[in-house]
Write a new protein. Structure first.
Length: 462
């Protein structure tokens, strides 16, 4: 750590504090790895030495903003999270452009592709994920891209600038952001088709009505949306370049550029090679500890209670838990004390980053027999809201158009609040619903709340 940092000195001088971890090595300089460093350098009792190793050649950047970057709405520089000297100033060793290839758990040592050997006391794997690949021929052809990193964004930008025809495979959040990005970026125009295997766009987040509104909006902007599309293969032009996408029903879509956006697969190779327990992701407990107590996994590469991750919100909560676990520990002590926080799964809300389109969704899409469904639809303004209640408690919401109430719905759902009292105003947003809730609350005598006539003048005034 930075020897000039007064907090570091304080931690070392305090005899009663447990010794910090000696050398922490983090593999993966992506959003999770970088956020962990950010959290650790602010903590007392952080590891004495931190090394961050990333396969990408540049310091961590905001991957979420690749979509506006492709669309030409942001500059590359705005994505960088911290410049290289930020790490140096905090005593963090940053090794870029080097992939870690092997972990020797017995020796607590790892080896990079460049032959560098690094010993660790504690190791964090934050290796993210790679694009999932459909099981079809032609994926190796030139002109076939993923949308995961800066190189992909640069390749797609170049393709958009050349124009022609693009086919995006996948009608989820990532596929739609890629499709709109290509369309907007193409100065000379580009015909962009989106192939979605399911019967509607964003079928994991949207119900049929909201998906229909979204499809109509995107089609109005010039995207061709094909749902129920069963991909058969990508065709070679005879020179190793993609020239078409073939569907199982015989349809052939000419293509100069194909984008694969059907999902992600956690990057688990390193964990598997090291002999850690791996299912879809590297299996961790609620302290983000793998089957080896000296190794943690974090972010899209990990799996907790059978779940893997694809949004940053749960990853930020994982970072807080792991940063607490990695602070104020002895290098030999791999057992967290009972006060260390534990990671708890929570639902997440989905948003689409396409300018001019606002949607917000969380919770189950399909209602069951015990759900009460409330719906508001104003086709004139393109506003749609649908909430699912169970015994007065909000379990899910889909909002399209005016999404202002979305975060409040989400908050109420997380809090498990009984909203029966404001049921009739729920679809009109927070202000109306809250007024009813407050009125009911103040009309209900609470044993701990004195009646108005019992209050002192100061309490009344307050
Ligand atoms: C275009 C796009 C838009 C997105 N939009 C949103 C959004 O709006 N909201 C949202 O919540 N999420 C969004 N996401 C998802 C979000 O970016 C990820 O959830 C997040 O980046 C995951 O962080 P991570 O650190 O686990 O993985 P990553 O950020 O992928 O970082 C992993 C890093 O590890 C490196 N690495 C892998 N293996 C090794 C190795 N062996 N040695 C060294 N380094 C290695 C990789 O090169 C990479 O740099 C988006 C993703 C993309 C691609």
């Amino acid at each position: 750590m930075n020897p000039d940092d007064p907090t570091a000195t304080e931690a070392v001088l305090d005899d009663s504090a447990p010794l910090p971890i000696g050398h922490l090595v983090i593999v993966g300089n992506g959003m999770a790895g970088q956020r962990l460093v950010e959290a650790l350098v602010q903590r007392h009792g952080a590891p004495r030495r931190i090394t961050l190793i990333g396969a990408e050649p540049c310091p961590a950047y905001n991957r979420i903003l690749l979509s506006p970057l492709l669309a030409g709405e942001m500059e590359r520089e705005a994505l960088t999270l911290r410049a290289a000297d930020w790490y140096a100033e905090r005593g963090v060793e940053l090794i870029l452009g080097e992939r870690v290839e092997r972990i020797d758990r017995a020796a607590r040592r790892l080896t990079t592709a460049g032959g560098r050997e690094i010993a660790y006391d504690r190791l964090v794997l934050a290796t993210g994920s790679t694009p999932a690949l459909p099981p079809v021929d032609g994926l190796e052809l030139d002109g076939v891209h993923a949308f995961r990193d800066l190189d992909d964004a640069a390749a797609l930008t170049a393709a958009a600038e050349r124009g022609g025809r693009a086919v995006v495979i996948g009608g989820g959040l990532l596929g739609l952001e890629a499709a709109e990005g290509l369309r907007k970026r193409a100065r000379a125009g580009m015909s962009v088709s989106v192939l979605q295997r399911a019967s509607r766009l964003m079928n994991r987040q949207l119900d049929a009505t909201a998906a229909g509104l979204l499809e109509a909006e995107l089609a109005g902007r010039g995207l061709e949306i094909i749902t129920g599309a069963d991909l058969e293969r990508l065709e070679d032009d005879g020179r190793g370049r993609v020239c078409a996408v073939r569907l199982a029903d015989g349809r052939r879509l000419a293509a100069d550029c194909v984008v694969l956006a059907i999902g992600i697969a956690p990057s688990v190779e390193l964990g598997r090679q090291a002999g850690l327990e791996v299912e879809r992701g590297i299996v961790v407990d609620d302290r983000l500890t793998s089957s080896d107590p000296a190794i943690h996994a974090l972010g899209e590469c990990c799996e907790f209670e059978g779940r893997t991750y694809g949004l940053v919100e749960p990853i930020w909560r994982q970072v807080e838990v792991l940063a607490a676990c990695l602070s104020s520990r002895s290098a030999d002590d791999t057992t967290p004390d009972d006060e260390t926080p534990r990671y708890v799964e929570q639902p997440c809300a989905a948003k689409l980053k396409v300018s001019g389109i606002s949607l917000y969704a969380f919770g189950p899409i399909e209602s069951d027999d015990d759900h009460e469904t409330l719906t508001y639809h104003d086709p004139e303004h393109g506003d749609y809201r649908r909430v699912l209640l169970r015994d007065g408690h909000l379990e899910g919401a889909v909002l399209y158009g005016d999404t202002a109430a979305g975060p409040w719905y989400f908050e109420q759902s997380l809090a498990g609040r009984d909203l029966s009292a404001c049921r009739q105003a729920l679809l009109f947003g927070q202000a109306d619903a809250r007024a009813l809730l407050d009125a009911t609350h103040s009309a209900t005598p609470h044993p701990a709340t004195p009646h108005a006539q019992d209050r002192s003048p100061q309490e009344e005034a307050a």
